[in-house]
Write a protein that binds this ligand. Structure first.
Ligand code: HEC
Ligand code: HEC
Ligand code: HEC
Length: 456
């Protein structure tokens, strides 16, 4: 036999052998198993947990044959970006998997970006084959339908990462009536000058359009005021998540020395109690009388009415193809392509997770250079509550509902225009430079989030 034919046969044998090995190690999940089982198998095979836990487990890679240092960096970056352990635990226990986790994993499967090539070249069998991808996507679709039902969307859009805002959320009208008065009531503040509405006015979409809000005696706060609109859909309140509920949140500002400066709720209750007419109305609904518990409960009931359904984008999701312009529809596609709809997903397009600000580039270093503004307490984010180093610079993702009306942007209020906010997100959170043309389209799409003001 000629050498060339020997080489040919040898190459043929090698290809067949590789194909056999490839098939043997890339076992598709069992189609009859529950979707959560199938997803767990793909995640297990994919080695996802090696690079996506809260703390990188670096020693294990030292046994790897090649590319050690390169992989070490990937493990650290992966762990910083995404913790898959809560998702695995939920799949194992049959509990709801986080909506953001579903959106993030779906996006990486659609992109074919995980696990990284450097990893599956070493770990045979970890690559996501077509069958594994299909199992993951089907699993995500099923879990979404189960845990995040989307009755308002038309058939085409039931599995979108963003869901329309419901027309209303259940609330107690009598309590909300009282809450509305209290929301606009300057008697909550020590000197009778500031109400919730001073910083979260209804006419300006629940914000004050200032970098930092002005509290009593002209004092400035340390972070930008997020909107009170649709806050009922947030998983926690405040940038650092320090309030679990709206009522708990409403207990904060009245006693905050920089905001409303009251000593305690007894003082507030005593002030309001001088108003016999209102107090009578109040006691008719809350027989236990004026207290922190009842005052904040009433305000929270009122805030449930501050939802903004039926913006153009929501009407589009519900099946009105004309509700958005062609540019806005294109903007939505770019929004998804650039992974914006992973963190900014769900009913509120955000408000569902804490995310690292500056995942792909150092936001705070750059801010220091461009704006000469050094680190502040407000920059610490979630860390202020947990003291866990991993939580530093992590913030509750803000909602993008009505975002065109709620400038300035970011927790530090340092970004004045929506274009800038979009373009910087792409750089710092996604790691892709977005062209001006695309930024304009995404901006048009975000303008389609502006709804009518809530009916008073
Ligand atoms: C070798 C390490 C490695 C493995 C294995 C790996 N990843 Fe990743 N993953 C990364 C890195 C690095 C990034 C990008 C980090 C960044 O955004 O800066 C990433 C990003 C992600 C993101 C995006 C996170 C975000 O915040 O948007 C998801 C989701 C993800 N990976 C899921 C998976 C899944 C699912 C698997 C298993 C099939 C997997 N990864 C396997 C290293 C890894
Ligand atoms: C002086 C201005 C000011 C006043 C008065 C004020 N707030 Fe705020 N509000 C803010 C700022 C600033 C934040 C963000 C603080 C943070 O995250 O640490 C905030 C946060 C919130 C949030 C959380 C939104 C989110 O997405 O996390 C809600 C809800 C809210 N305020 C409602 C109220 C209510 C109700 C009142 C009256 C009881 C009130 N605020 C009084 C400035 C103010
Ligand atoms: C990894 C999660 C993540 C991704 C991906 C992401 N964002 Fe954000 N987004 C955040 C967080 C966290 C903030 C708050 C940052 C801060 O306050 O410092 C934010 C803030 C914003 C704001 C300002 C909102 C406000 O009221 O202050 C806009 C606008 C925005 N994002 C748009 C986008 C766009 C467009 C994309 C895609 C190019 C995107 N985001 C991708 C997490 C993310």
């Amino acid at each position: 036999m000629k050498t060339s034919s020997k080489i040919l046969i040898g190459a043929g044998v090698a290809v067949v052998a590789l194909a056999v090995i490839y098939r043997a190690v890339n076992i598709a999940p069992d189609k009859d198993a529950a979707v959560s089982e199938q997803m767990l198998q793909v995640i297990g095979d994919g080695g996802c947990v090696d690079c996506h836990t809260s703390e990188p487990n670096l020693p294990f890679y030292s046994t790897w044959p090649i590319a050690k240092t390169l992989i070490a960096k990937h493990i650290e970056d992966g762990c910083k970006a995404f913790d898959i352990e809560p998702m695995i635990a939920s799949l194992q226990n049959g509990e709801p998997v986080g909506e953001v986790d579903l959106a993030k994993v779906e996006k990486t499967v659609l992109d074919g970006s995980m696990p990284l090539a450097q990893y599956y070249l070493v770990h045979w069998g970890s690559s996501l084959t077509k069958a594994k991808q299909a199992a993951m996507l089907e699993g995500i679709r099923t879990l979404r339908a189960e845990y995040y039902p989307n009755p308002l969307a038309c058939a085409e859009f039931v599995n979108e990462p963003i869901r329309p805002i419901p027309d209303s959320v259940p609330y107690d009208p009598a309590k909300a009536e009282l809450g509305k008065v209290l929301y606009n009531d300057t008697r909550l503040s020590a000197d009778g000058t500031i109400s919730c509405a001073s910083c979260h006015a209804i006419e300006t979409y629940g914000v004050d359009n200032k970098r930092y809000s002005e509290g009593i005696n002209g004092q400035l706060g340390g972070v930008n005021a997020p909107t009170s609109f649709n806050a009922v859909f947030n998983f926690v309140q405040f940038w650092d998540g320090r309030a679990a509920t709206l009522a708990e949140q409403a207990g904060g500002p009245p006693l905050n020395p920089v905001e409303m400066g009251s000593k305690d709720f007894e003082e507030i209750a005593a002030r309001i109690a001088q108003d016999k007419v209102f107090t009578k109305r109040f006691v008719a609904v809350y027989p236990e009388g004026l207290s922190q518990e009842t005052i904040t409960d009433a305000i929270a009931e009122y805030e449930k009415t501050l939802v903004t359904p039926n913006c153009p984008f929501d009407r589009y999701l519900k099946g009105d193809a004309q509700a958005m312009t062609a540019e806005q529809v294109e903007g939505y596609e770019i929004f998804k392509d650039y992974s914006c709809a992973t963190c900014h997903c769900g009913v509120n397009m955000g408000g569902l997770s804490y995310e690292l600000m500056g995942k792909r580039a150092n936001y705070f270093e750059d801010r220091e250079l461009t704006l000469k503004s050094g680190l502040t307490d407000g920059d610490n984010g979630r860390w202020a509550q947990t003291g866990v180093e991993r939580d530093r610079y992590r913030f509750k993702t803000p909602t993008l509902r009505n975002v065109a009306m709620t400038w300035p942007y970011y927790h530090d209020g340092s970004v004045e225009t929506l274009e800038q906010a979009i373009s910087m997100m792409s750089t710092y959170q996604v790691g892709r430079k977005m062209s001006e043309d695309k930024v304009a389209k995404v901006k048009a799409f975000l303008e389609a989030q502006t709804a009518e003001l809530p009916a008073e």
